[in-house]
Design a protein. Structure first.
Length: 750
């Protein structure tokens, strides 16, 4: 069917807000839950259209033309609750081909189905979780209603669902852009009362209290009379105790609490949408839309009343025990300890590891699917006992870091809790004392990677003139998503979102670059073979210290992708950033063709070169590298400040840019740092050519890429960081994980 067929139209849906909903939170699970819920609502909208028009058209199966297409695993999971995806697989928007009679009233029915599912879900969680706990804590009916009123106020109309109907698919982008200029979803002008949520700015925490007790502040009243009472209620079901899921200092709005807790109850949930009763709410639903839709996309045909049977959508079992950033940071350290123990065959070391795992495990958490695959890897060194190997899947990630344990202990007052932390610190130190120097400190950085196709919408508009192109695009993206899921798992990562050509994942820092390189290859293999126009993909890799707030990290990585990789380096690019506790330290990017040379990354060869140099040599060389570039006036003044010493040494300062002289000085300076004559004769300097090539600042003007006159030494410091701080695994073109011979010898769950 041609996309401009007079027998069909196109409807385009968008569900917002996105970034605010996803990134507002503290834990990895908050981020994952936001992405998953948005994907889920998009799937409900697709199901609503597909179900309503099934069998209504005599032409091709128009309801199969949905972009992105309905995810089959989601469709199956809605029917069979024993299976279902564990991460977001759809974006917050979709387009669908619908019959010519489809008009604004039918669009309102789809919106009604989405809201029906959403409202039934949060009400189910409130009844099963909050209401049950409040009743056990002897809260009055009035207090429970007060809490429910906050949930109802914050969640009932939380989403702004925008839509347009067009006669062609290609006109949908411009039409949606125009639609966004007219806001139908307007937040209340009145500020919410009471104490505010830790994460959602402006939203009241969910107790609903507005009057303090006599003699204390409203905040302390809320903590003592609501949150302390709520957290201490124990339930007999399989869900985690709330005191281990909501921290002492956290006061959550209904939106934040729902994100944190819904996964424990989703498998028991079911909702009925698409039934005849929705017609009664049709006119009310229309009121959610701005009147501009009346004249922009009015129907020329009489409304056809759809009489479809109700559709029951069921939840499925979700892995609510997602890995924390501290566990992700420590994964490589734990794996290397396991490998070392199997080689050393030291019974005392095995005993120390068992004690460390026993003391550091969170007995109140369930077993995570992500962590379960570590159970087999540690069963050999922890013994045959299933309980002992199971404990590694409950390990508290914070237990691997003495500075986190000490900070936590400094903030506690209870003797029992302090004693527990002292035991964790003692067990950690005992384990470290038995390990070689190369294994005594776990990596304190993890990585967030984000990938997005470049101008993929243009590919859809230019090549999707008939249904055969729909199938080609859908199959290409399906292949890529399948490969991406396996690639992230192979690199010990946690996949948060993979829908279409977009992907977000968290990984141990040691495996991040290998993973993003393989994901680039997966995209190329899946998409290029199907189209003459070869789409590209851009990537962002941000390494973050475990103490950097996750909310900030998630927002920064999107800016790194869109603002740096795509805008500054002109798409088909990769951007890398390091963020420590004080903020951004280094940032660098380049085009993929410049990042790779044949089968291996140039950056990997630079890392190898720095590893072959001794610590003193490599550190001194890097700082002298920056000074040389400063004195030759080849640092971009917008990004690098010239230090005082360079300004004083005017006789070294060069007005004209001389890149060849700079290259010669870099090689000479490195050779000067090699004090040992024997080492000098055997030094391989090829990696210095790669370093210089990577340091050449790239830019894009009028669509053309070229090297500027500037020199960016940040990549040298990034290479040193990857070598020392995250023990970057070097992929030598075969995607096998290898390590230098010298490396031989917060919660794990939420």
């Amino acid at each position: 069917m041609k996309q401009n067929s007079p027998q069909c139209r196109y409807i385009h849906f968008s569900i917002t807000p996105v970034q605010q909903f996803i990134t507002s939170g503290r834990r990895t699970r908050d981020f994952w839950a936001g992405s998953f819920l948005l994907s889920l609502l998009c799937a409900v909208g697709q199901r609503s259209i597909t179900h309503a028009y099934r069998g209504q058209s005599s032409d091709e199966l128009v309801f199969q033309s949905i972009l992105p297409e309905e995810n089959q695993s989601l469709v199956d999971a809605f029917v069979d609750k024993d299976s279902g995806p564990q991460y977001a697989r759809l974006p917050n928007r979709f387009s669908a081909r619908v019959p010519i009679m489809f008009d604004r009233k039918d669009a309102a029915l789809v919106i009604h189905d989405i809201y029906t599912f959403w409202n039934q879900l949060w009400q189910f969680v409130f009844d099963a979780d909050v209401k049950t706990r409040l009743e056990k804590a002897d809260f009055s009916e009035a207090q429970i209603k007060q809490c429910y009123a906050v949930w109802q106020r914050q969640l009932t109309h939380y989403w702004d669902i925008q839509w347009v109907i067009t006669d062609s698919l290609s006109s949908g982008v411009d039409a949606m852009a125009s639609r966004k200029l007219f806001r139908a979803h307007v937040a209340s002008d009145e500020p919410e009362p009471g104490v505010k949520c830790n994460y959602f700015a402006g939203l009241q925490e969910m107790s609903g209290m507005t009057v303090p007790r006599k003699g204390i502040s409203l905040r302390m009243t809320v903590v003592q009379d609501f949150w302390t009472q709520l957290r201490t209620q124990k339930m007999t079901d399989k869900t985690i105790r709330l005191e281990h899921d909501v921290d002492d200092e956290e006061m959550l709005s209904a939106v934040a609490y729902f994100k944190r807790r819904f996964a424990f109850y989703f498998e028991y949930f079911s909702a009925s949408i698409g039934d005849i009763s929705r017609s009664a709410a049709k006119e009310e639903s229309i009121g959610w839309q701005h009147r501009i839709t009346n004249w922009l996309f009015s129907s020329k045909n009489a409304v056809k009343q759809l009489e479809s049977p109700p559709l029951c959508l069921r939840g499925w079992s979700l892995d609510a025990r997602v890995p924390s950033v501290t566990y992700l940071s420590a994964v490589d350290w734990l794996l290397r300890i396991g490998q070392y123990i199997q080689q050393a065959q030291d019974p005392e070391l095995v005993a120390c590891l068992k004690d460390f795992v026993r003391v550091g495990s969170d007995k109140h958490s369930g077993q995570s699917r992500y962590l379960k695959h570590f159970q087999q890897q540690f069963s050999d060194c922890l013994g045959d006992s299933e309980d002992e190997s199971y404990a590694i899947c409950q390990l508290d990630g914070n237990s691997c870091y003495d500075f986190l344990l000490q900070a936590e202990m400094n903030g506690l007052r209870g003797k029992q809790q302090k004693q527990r932390l002292k035991e964790k610190i003692a067990a950690l130190n005992a384990l470290k004392d038995k390990l070689p120097n190369t294994l005594r400190s776990p990596d304190s950085y993890y990585a967030v990677i984000a990938l997005d196709g470049d101008r993929f919408g243009q590919l859809i508009q230019q090549h999707m003139n008939d249904s055969s192109h729909v199938a080609a695009i859908s199959q290409a993206l399906h292949d890529y998503t399948g490969k991406a899921e396996k690639t992230v798992a192979q690199h010990h990562g946690f996949l948060v979102y993979a829908g279409g050509e977009d992907l977000v994942a968290l990984l141990p820092g040691a495996y991040a670059l290998n993973c993003v390189q393989q994901l680039h290859d997966d995209f190329t293999e899946s998409v290029h073979k199907r189209f003459e126009y070869k789409p590209t993909i851009s990537a962002a890799v941000q390494f973050n210290h475990v103490n950097v707030p996750l909310m900030r990290v998630l927002r920064d990585v999107q800016q790194l992708l869109s603002g740096v990789a795509k805008r500054q380096y002109g798409r088909n690019a990769v951007a890398i950033r390091i963020v420590n506790q004080d903020g951004m330290q280094q940032q660098w990017g380049t085009q993929w063709p410049d990042f790779f040379d044949q089968s291996q990354s140039r950056l990997y060869r630079v890392i190898d070169g720095l590893r072959r140099s001794d610590e003193t040599t490599s550190n001194r060389f890097l700082y002298q590298l920056r000074q040389i570039a400063q004195r030759m006036n080849m640092l971009d003044p917008k990004r690098h400040e010239v230090d005082h010493q360079t300004k004083a040494d005017n006789y070294y300062y060069v007005e004209d840019h001389q890149p060849q002289m700079l290259k010669s000085l870099i090689v000479s300076q490195y050779l000067r740092t090699q004090n040992n004559s024997e080492q000098l004769r055997t030094t391989d300097l090829a990696w210095l050519d790669d370093l210089y090539r990577l340091c050449e600042e790239q830019t894009k003007i009028d669509g053309a890429h070229f090297a500027t006159k500037y020199f960016n030494p940040d990549i040298a410091f990034i290479a040193k960081f990857l070598s020392d701080k995250v023990n970057c695994r070097i992929d030598h073109g075969t995607h096998e994980q290898t390590r230098e011979n010298g490396d031989e010898g917060h919660e794990g769950h939420e």
